[in-house]
Design a protein around this ligand. Sequence first.
Ligand SMILES: [Cu+2]
Length: 464
Amino acid sequence: MSTESADHNKVSDSIFAKSMLGMMMIAVAVSALVLGVVAVLAMNSDSAAESSSRASEVSVVEVTLTEFTVTFNPSVVLAGDVTFMVTNGGAVDHNFAIPSLNVRTAMLKAGETTTLEVKGLEVGEVEYLCEVAGHSAAGMAGKLSVVEAGTAMDMAAGSMSSAMSWQQMDKMMEEVALKFPAKTSGIGNAELPYTMSDDGYKVFSLTAKVVPWEVEPGKFVDGWSYNGMIPGPVMHANVGDKIRIVLKNELPESTSLHLHGVRVPNSMDGVDPYTQKPIEPGATFTYEWTASEPSVGMYHSHHNAQVQVPNGLAGAILIGDWKAMAMAAAGGRTKDTNNVAEQEVVMVLNDSGTIGLSLNGKSFPATTPYSLAIGESMVVHYYNEGNMTHPMHLHQPSGLVVAKDGIMLESPFWADTLNVAPGERWTVVYTPKDAGVWAWHCHILTHAETPEGMRYMVTALIVK
Ligand SMILES: [Cu+2]
């Protein structure tokens, strides 16, 4: 490794040390929040009447089919007679089937709804899928938990039945909230160190491979990763740099790497079979170019991408000093005390594939909280690598949107909720003015909350 990359590592070390300090502050702040919640619960518990009512009628479960995921409300089903209300909320045809019971809906067009009645569903797990070729492999398959009515788990059965009292719901929500930030194995977006080649290139090495990925505590999925992490590691470079990315394919199928939003020669665009041959399993391909413009770039698969990208094959490549550029664009309009950004955050949104609804490859309560002091600034790059638009909402402060897709806006604007469509990158400066633990989530409410509490695309900004 060259001196340059050694220096780079030193910088990473100090950022790591700083972020550890930040995490400790977060722990203190979260503990304070938790104590508050527990105190409130203790006050309420006296008045909490025991709910003995039990729904004996058929339970109704809403099933939503989209590209390429199946969601259930409630997410846990009571044994007995069940009516599945199945809606195709996606853009192409889907159906819903339980092969072990030999039941299935007809093929549903976008927007259509039908019901599927199942008698005497037994306790355990039942496998379900969409039977359109390729859709189950893309994520539209899984196991549904069926629990006995009357067990503690039927609290999860949600607002559709009267089995769950409001007290039980509050208790479940509190239990989930107390777990935040829950520790899971694996974290994405680590800084990728480079080496300098003899011919003057910054060389970044990526290996694409499938790893077990813990999306939320105890839930492991097949994660399609770069270097074993989801999102893939972050690459930083400067305008004028000669960049080389060496990608080794250890996946069970071919792949290619597209540099989305980065100006490269056509032969480096990663769109097989046009600009290159597919990178077959076991093979390596080298992408190289000279960075001519600043970029808030994505790198992601462009081969069987509707499966490979939402399953995890995506990451960020940032060219240029975006902390400085963003603050310059903000032009002193924020309440930052020194007009310097303390943090740069990459936030990758996903909603499909094996990873599903997530922020940076994790679902609440396993998402990472962020912390800032009043008067400090955080430059956030939202990246949507999923298949739906997500209106990202930070409770406070409002953000100053300074760039879209790595291009500076001529007129930055303020937003507390910002639509981020698939493929888009938005760069936002957040400068807090008020202390507290501020929720930060997608505002499609089914992407953030369930009857069992907050889940999926939720994190927090802790302001000291
Ligand atoms: Cu969303």
